[in-house]
Design a protein around this ligand. Structure first.
Ligand SMILES: Nc1nc2c(ncn2[C@@H]2O[C@H](COP(=O)(O)OP(=O)(O)OP(=O)(O)O)[C@@H](O)[C@H]2O)c(=O)[nH]1
Ligand SMILES: [Mg+2]
Length: 883
């Protein structure tokens, strides 16, 4: 039986769990491939030293979760891993970020294969079996090649290393056995032969040298699975799943947590999940929460929610409590959502039949919002006020656009939820499904040791009476409970974890503040109170007056006081969140850009037509915080107080350049105009700042460069003389010289001159990946046991290289005779590069292949007008394909 037959057998099995088991097993066997050439270059040499632990952990976690999901056939783990794209993404990043991608293709190919199979397995286990398809049916495994489980198998089958080392016969033997006995655990609990004793030894050695839990936790995991040691199904999920808050921790800290969970799976949990209610003002968020509490909802009786309300709800038939976060829906408040929206919350998005914003657009706005702040969390869509008008949604399209995100759509009427009839029925369905979602979230709880839990309880009690905790008190508390300062998971780690959970907040940048904020509500209510104060310009005294004259009570009824000594922390925190700035010439005077008038000042003192313009176009929504954060970052350079809610006029203090930045919420476009002698440098600085702000959320946007001499405005027919920045970079990479579009022909160097060469090279970060994927060596080039084969290729290459060199030189001579065009220039440049490479003592085969591929493409275009080069190209192509 060969690979094809094995593939067929797996296909015939038609059983996603068994396929996932097969893939999981292969991923485990392939792990030692990570020790490739470790003896010569050091363990994990292909990653930057500072990132080795992070990436190794990502791959190990992906493999582990895939294994566990498969082992248990656990819906919960499967769901966890399928929705925890972070694990999969980190593992794939591990491959993408191997710096030696082009130079050591075979090694990285091998690593890629390990990561890919590990990743695909977890997705396999998760998606193939439990995820409903767009019409709500559960996807079952069939012969569909797109099935994730099967894809994992295909990757697994193609890991050369495992396949060759194991020999086809051995794989088949295992495979037939588990096929016949019909139990996947036979495959997972069967001791495995080591694929390559040398790699295995180096892998173990590598883990030992890394220490920090790799030498204990992960070494044991690998060896136990290899030995076929059974796992404890009852506690497995608690042992291997981590709550999202752990993302803030280092690999060593995470390993320490995993070890601690492994040793004591019954650790304490907070038993709290969050449900966040989102929607425009008056959508009915507060009313729906009232209904869930069985309280009466009377039309027109609900006041606007100012800021945020939190209520605690006992989830029926579960140990957990849900915290309902009810946000005021006023648009201005949307910018502050960033502090509260975290992944792994459940979101309820309320829509109403408004005339100004179509319901489908509302959904997209909120889904993008959730995606930006809360990752891939689940969203329940409620079409409220259906007693008045029905909300119509195109669920088919929404499901297609946001797969796995939408729980369901519920047309409700909060005012009539108690009246017998359809509104009551629908409400009950909504409530039942909400409870189901919450019960499923129980698994994501952060786990604490008894000592940590004690500290947590003490802090929670203290937070009622005191908004702050001194650093000394925290240390004393930790010492009392025996939390070390030196262990991998130490007092600082616990602090980071508490900070991520919002139990205490730590502002390392506010150096004046010698304490931790113990009551996050104190902070959030304070910020909200100022933001809702409606005054954009505030003195410190005014801020204090606003905070002290209003009685601020949190959801537990505790009154929050903003004393003289501490109220400034609110302003400092707002500065840190980039929500306000202090006027440079007027200390203790603050500006909150979000509260500035929205009207653009009449005279901006800036000639847009002659400036350079750059746009960011947003696919989903233009995040409200971008402009405010940008203004705060640049506030030292604001010209003549020309700043308003949606834009700012700037003059650089370091360069001879001026700028204008403006948001167009309607067009979902954010634009930057720069002019002056130092445009390039000033633009670079501003561009970096925008990118930093945007990097805080996962957003989909495109970048656009306005063409030289364009009017910099949309013309009467809606045309915009601009070019996609990514496309221009790709053209540059392909050695293009000319950018041709409907607006004319532009020398590429002119179009791109707004950015320095080095900076563009930085933006080209993704080049290698694309080249590799195209080169075909990226995903499965795992040629590890075949290193001899590699060597042989090199020897055989010598005479072929000489032949290739002759052909390349011949081609170059021919190309030099042809009239210079974009294609001939590109072809010449590729030919030159290939010649340089092939002349090296040890040509980099992969590089050569990539360059020659480019050459062939370019030269073929030339051949259309200059056929004489065609026979040469064909010979080159034949030679290079053979390699
Ligand atoms: N007819 C009708 N009115 C409703 C329904 N649900 C809520 N309302 C009314 O709509 C208004 C707004 O409801 P709220 O619950 O305050 O809306 P919200 O989304 O919390 O609004 P903000 O706090 O301003 O963001 C109130 O007057 C409610 O009584 C419904 O199903 N039908
Ligand atoms: Mg409300």
């Amino acid at each position: 039986m060969d690979r094809k037959e094995l593939e067929q057998k797996l296909r015939d099995l038609n059983d996603p769990w068994k396929c996932a088991a097969f893939a999981a097993k292969m991923a485990l066997l392939a792990l030692p491939v990570l020790a490739i050439e470790a003896d010569k270059k050091g363990f994990l040499w292909f990653w930057k030293k500072s990132e080795r632990q992070k990436y190794l952990l990502a791959i190990l976690r992906a493999e582990q979760l895939g294994w566990c999901a498969t082992y248990l056939e656990s819906k919960e783990i499967a769901r966890a891993v399928a929705t925890d794209h972070a694990v999969a993404i980190h593992a794939l990043n591990a491959v993408i970020n191997a710096p030696s991608l082009t130079t050591h293709a075979s090694a990285v190919g091998a690593v890629a294969a390990v990561a890919e199979v590990a990743t695909t397995t977890i997705i396999a286990a998760g998606i193939a079996t439990i995820a409903p398809d767009t019409s709500g049916n559960v996807i079952t495994f069939d012969t569909n090649e797109n099935s994730a489980a099967f894809s994992a198998c295909l990757v697994a089958i193609n890991i050369d290393a495992v396949y060759v080392a194991y020999s086809i016969a051995h794989i088949i033997a295992i495979f037939i056995e588990f096929l016949e006995k019909g139990k996947k655990t036979i495959l997972l609990e069967q001791p495995s032969k080591i694929i390559s004793p040398k790699l295995h030894t180096h892998f173990i050695q590598g883990l030992k040298e890394l220490g920090h839990g790799f030498d204990t936790y992960w070494l044991n995991w690998y060896q136990d699975r290899l030995a076929g040691k059974p796992l404890n199904p009852k506690t497995l999920a608690k042992q291997v799943l981590l709550s999202p808050e752990y993302e803030a921790l280092s690999p060593a800290e995470i390993n320490a947590r995993l070890l601690s969970q492994w040793e004591n799976p019954e650790q304490e949990t907070l038993n709290r999940v969050r449900v966040i209610f989102l929607g425009y003002g008056e959508a009915g968020k507060t009313s729906l929460i009232r209904a869930l509490f069985n309280e009466p909802v009377i039309e027109n009786k609900e006041a606007m929610t100012a800021g945020i309300d939190i209520r605690e709800w006992d989830v029926p038939n579960a140990k957990i409590k849900a915290h309902f976060w009810d946000f005021g829906g006023q648009v201005m408040a949307h910018a502050t959502h960033q502090f509260f929206l975290r992944s792994r919350c459940l979101y309820v998005s309320l829509l109403n039949a408004r005339t100004d914003i179509n319901a489908n657009q509302q959904v997209e706005y909120w889904l993008e919002h959730v995606k930006a702040f809360g990752g891939d969390s689940k969203v329940m869509l409620v079409g409220n006020k259906s007693d008045l008008t029905q909300v119509n949604l195109d669920m088919h399209r929404l499901n297609e656009k946001y797969p796995q995100r939408l729980v369901n759509f519920y047309p409700l009427s909060c005012t009539q939820y108690q009246d017998a009839g359809k509104h009551q029925r629908y409400f009950e369905i909504f409530k039942t499904e909400l409870i189901e979602q919450l019960q499923a979230m129980e698994i994501y709880q952060t786990r604490f040791t008894a000592a940590e839990f004690n500290i947590l309880q003490i802090l929670r009690t203290k937070s009622v009476t005191s908004a702050f905790l001194s650093k000394t008190d925290y240390t004393t508390l930790c010492n009392q409970e025996g939390i070390q300062t030196t262990a991998d998971f130490n007092q600082d780690s616990l602090l980071k974890l508490f900070d991520a959970l919002g139990v205490i907040i730590h502002f390392p940048k506010i150096t004046r503040l010698n304490d931790y904020v113990l009551n996050p509500r104190w902070l959030t209510y304070g910020v909200y109170t100022l933001i809702y104060g409606k005054t954009a310009h505030l003195t410190e005294q005014q801020a204090h007056a606003i905070l002290t004259t209003q009685k601020v009570v949190d959801h537990e009824g505790n009154e929050l006081t903003y004393s003289c000594e501490r109220y400034w922390v609110i302003l400092e925190a707002m500065k840190e969140f980039e929500l306000c700035y202090e006027l440079p010439q007027k200390p203790h005077n603050y500006v909150i850009p979000d509260l500035l008038p929205s009207d653009q000042p009449q005279n901006l003192q800036f000639d847009r037509a002659t400036a350079f313009r750059f746009d960011f176009d947003f696919e989903g929504f233009l995040p409200r915080h971008l402009t405010a954060n940008f203004i705060v970052r640049q506030h030292h350079e604001i010209v003549d107080n020309l700043v308003w809610q949606n834009g700012v006029r700037l003059k650089s203090q370091s360069y001879q350049a001026q700028a204008l930045a403006m948001a167009d919420y309607h067009g979902r476009r954010w634009s930057l105009w720069v002019s002056g002698k130092d445009t390039v440098r000033y633009f670079s600085k501003l561009y970096d700042d925008v990118k930093i702000i945007l990097a805080r959320m996962t957003l989909t946007y495109s970048e656009w460069v306005w063409l030289p001499n364009a009017k910099n405005e949309v013309d009467s027919t809606g045309n915009m003389s601009r070019a996609g920045f990514k496309g221009l970079l790709a053209l540059e990479r392909a050695r293009g010289k000319l950018y041709i579009c409907e607006y004319g022909q532009y020398p590429l160097s002119e179009v791109l001159k707004f950015m320095t060469d080095e900076k563009r090279a930085e933006q080209q970060g993704g080049v290698n990946i694309e080249i590799n994927t195209g080169g075909g060596d990226f995903s499965m080039g795992g040629d590890i046991v075949g290193r001899d084969k590699h060597h042989n290729i090199e020897q055989a290459n010598n005479s072929e290289n000489a032949q290739l060199l002759r052909l390349l030189q011949k081609l170059l001579t021919q190309l030099q005779q042809v009239k210079s065009t974009e294609e001939t220039e590109a072809a010449k440049s590729f030919a030159q590069q290939a010649i340089t490479e092939v002349q090296k003592e040890k040509p980099n085969f992969f590089q050569l292949k990539v360059t020659t591929k480019g050459l062939i493409e370019a030269a073929k275009a030339v051949a259309l007008i200059y056929p004489i080069v065609m026979p040469i190209i064909e010979q080159i192509e034949a030679l290079i394909t053979k390699k």
